[in-house]
Ligand binder design. Structure first.
Ligand code: PMP
Length: 300
């Protein structure tokens, strides 16, 4: 690919020219929302669900996205087409836009819409074969009554700080607890445990993003006959689980084989995790929006 086209506030611009103002409140205050979406062989996986979450996040923070959902859907698809991508990662960002230096969003009259699509660097295959290591961290998940984790906002410092703690502990990912000590999620993925054949994941009200992959895995698992429960659990439950796995747009479904230096199961990705990963991969190329099949109106 010779150049990369980025959708920025109404037009496609070259990557080198895709810049936003230093007065944009997304930059100054993390005031905005975003989505990370994946394209599998020309299929934008679960695009509707990502758009629903984006518009819900925006509504929650009273940010008005200047497009109808269908328009934004076309813009996203056109960004993939314009960059001639088949397997890609898409980042959609809606920031509050430029204003003055005060934090009051009243000075921002034009929310800024950015869509970036680029070739995806896949997680290495070995990571799925060996699994990842987790450590619980000292920073707690944002309380839902302080900054709701269900809002996928541009304010990711909570997640960044725990990722740094995981790095310092020499493990792959952080295990975040809420202020009551219940397990919530990783820095950028949801968590599941498997015990005696039942699959558990924390309810999002405890402090987790309602992951698109999380929901897809719950659906698939139920279809395959597993008992799936959204139920609070603690670190202890994680330590003694038969299997632990993480889900996310980037990670897909990945086993966690060690948590706080306790080996999970026999220290290898378990059968339920492997089964769900293979079922998940069966739907990634079909469930969503086919970029090259639909004859969408051209966006400038
Ligand atoms: N939790 C957090 C905090 C995340 O940032 C992500 C990545 N979007 C996830 C969970 C997983 O969500 P999804 O499956 O929608 O990618």
């Amino acid at each position: 690919m010779s150049s990369q086209w980025i959708y920025l506030g109404g037009e496609f611009v070259n990557k080198n020219e895709a810049v936003v103002s230093v007065y944009d409140h997304g930059f100054l205050y993390g005031d905005g929302v975003f989505e990370g979406i994946r394209v599998y062989e020309g299929n934008i996986f679960k695009l509707d669900e990502h758009l629903d979450r984006l518009y819900d996040s925006a509504k929650s923070i009273m940010l008005s996205i200047p497009y109808e959902k269908e328009e934004l859907e076309s813009i996203i698809a056109e960004t993939v087409r314009k960059n001639e991508l088949q397997t890609a990662y898409i980042r959609v960002v809606i920031s509050r836009g430029s204003g003055n230096l005060g934090l009051d969003p009243v000075s921002c009259s034009n929310p800024r819409v950015v869509v970036i699509a680029e070739a995806l660097a896949l997680f290495p295959k070995e990571l799925y074969e060996r699994g990842v290591r987790l450590a619980s961290v000292s920073s707690r998940r944002n309380r839902p009554d302080v900054l709701p984790p269900q809002v996928k906002s541009l304010n990711y410092l909570n997640n960044i700080l725990v990722k740094m703690e995981a790095n310092q502990a020499g493990v792959d990912e952080a295990l975040m607890l809420n202020d009551q000590g219940y397990v919530t999620e990783g820095s950028a993925d949801n968590i599941f445990i498997v015990k005696k054949g039942t699959i558990y994941t924390p309810p999002t009200y405890l402090g987790a993003l309602e992951g698109i992959t999380r929901n897809a895995i719950m659906d698939l698992a139920r279809k395959k006959g597993y008992d799936v429960k959204e139920q609070p659990f603690t670190r202890h439950d994680v330590y003694v689980a038969d299997e632990v796995f993480l889900t996310g747009t980037a990670a897909e479904v990945i086993a966690a084989v060690e948590v706080d230096q306790r080996e999970i199961g026999d220290g290898k990705p378990g059968v339920v995790t492997s089964h769900l990963l293979s079922e998940f991969r069966k739907v990634t190329t079909t469930d969503g929006y086919k970029v090259y099949e639909k004859n969408q109106a051209h966006v400038s």
